[in-house]
Write a protein that binds this ligand. Structure first.
Ligand SMILES: Nc1ncnc2c1ncn2[C@@H]1O[C@H](COP(=O)(O)OP(=O)(O)O)[C@@H](O)[C@H]1O
Ligand SMILES: [Mg+2]
Length: 268
């Protein structure tokens, strides 16, 4: 379980997060949504131990500020919003960076099997020898996802869940690969791991998440199941954009349409 109590973060002199209280459970996908500049990335950076904060963040009962770097790396893997690389690494070398941080560093065969399986999982089988810089933006994003996956390959280790913290991992992906990545995350959570993922696509969040946190001006404005948060009036307030939430006709999935672009009755 991930517990966040009275979390405050200031960047420079700017207060960004103002007393976040939240709990995320392993075995579930928790989606973080909210407008640009609301504090989603800052929240993820605090969870990852990348920025100083006031308050408490505990991962499965351990204060993340007190965990040793190797212990933290064994418990959680982080995909930042912008992952840049300036050296001419091959794809396999980039994925292998995840292995050096995790508990598989001494794995027999150097972890080649995990690298290959992680690349296969993101539909990049055979891309290992290619140069990372020569891939498209969407392919690079999938390589980065493979990197964090190998770091916490087994969703549960020694009876303890492991966590993926992902900041907009599918923003540059086509719909088929977005769905494929969501399946990877769903399987990870179903097998007992924890997933906290920042998503801009509300419809994707509605369909994949068990729990949604809606961030607005550095606070959690609403937290709960997608039908409640994405289907609630609070969404339009947070984004300052009128939207209509609906249910798909044959089921319980929520989806949203923006009012101003929606022209009911337009002949198709
Ligand atoms: N290094 C920084 N110094 C000062 N303010 C920052 C810094 N980085 C981000 N901010 C501010 O913090 C707020 C939240 O940013 P961020 O967490 O990146 O938002 P989001 O990911 O929700 O778009 C924004 O107002 C942004 O301008
Ligand atoms: Mg962000």
């Amino acid at each position: 379980m991930l517990t966040i109590r009275s979390l405050r973060v200031a960047l420079g002199r700017t207060p960004v997060l103002h007393g976040i209280e939240a709990t995320a459970r392993a075995g579930r996908v928790t989606a973080v949504i909210g407008p640009n500049g609301s504090g989603k990335t800052t929240l993820l950076r605090a969870l990852s131990g990348d920025v100083p904060y006031a308050g408490q963040i505990a991962l499965d009962g351990c204060d993340v500020a007190r965990l040793k770097p190797w212990d933290l790396a064994a418990r959680r893997a982080v995909l930042p919003q912008a992952a840049t690389l300036s050296f001419p690494f091959t794809v396999a070398e980039v994925v292998r960076l995840g292995l050096t941080a995790g508990p598989h560093a001494g794995r027999a065969g150097g972890g080649d099997d995990l690298v290959a399986r992680a690349l296969d999982e993101v539909d990049l089988a055979g891309f290992g020898p290619r140069l990372y810089q020569e891939l498209s933006g969407g392919q690079q994003a999938r390589v980065q996802l493979a990197r964090v996956r190998v770091q916490v390959w087994d969703p549960v280790m020694a009876g303890r869940p492991r966590w993926l913290f992902l900041d907009e991992p599918v923003a540059s992906l086509d719909i088929a690969h977005q769905i494929a990545v969501m399946h990877v995350l769903r399987r990870f959570a179903d097998a007992g791991g924890g997933v906290v993922i920042v998503l801009h696509d509300l419809n994707l969040a509605a369909i994949v998440a068990d729990v949604v946190w809606l961030i607005h001006e550095g606070q959690i404005l609403a937290a709960g199941p997608p039908a409640e948060v994405i289907g609630g009036a609070v969404l339009a307030t947070a984004y300052g954009c009128p939207v209509t939430a609906n249910l798909v006709p044959s089921g319980s999935a929520t989806f949203v349409l923006p009012h101003s672009l929606w022209r009911p009755g337009t002949p198709s």
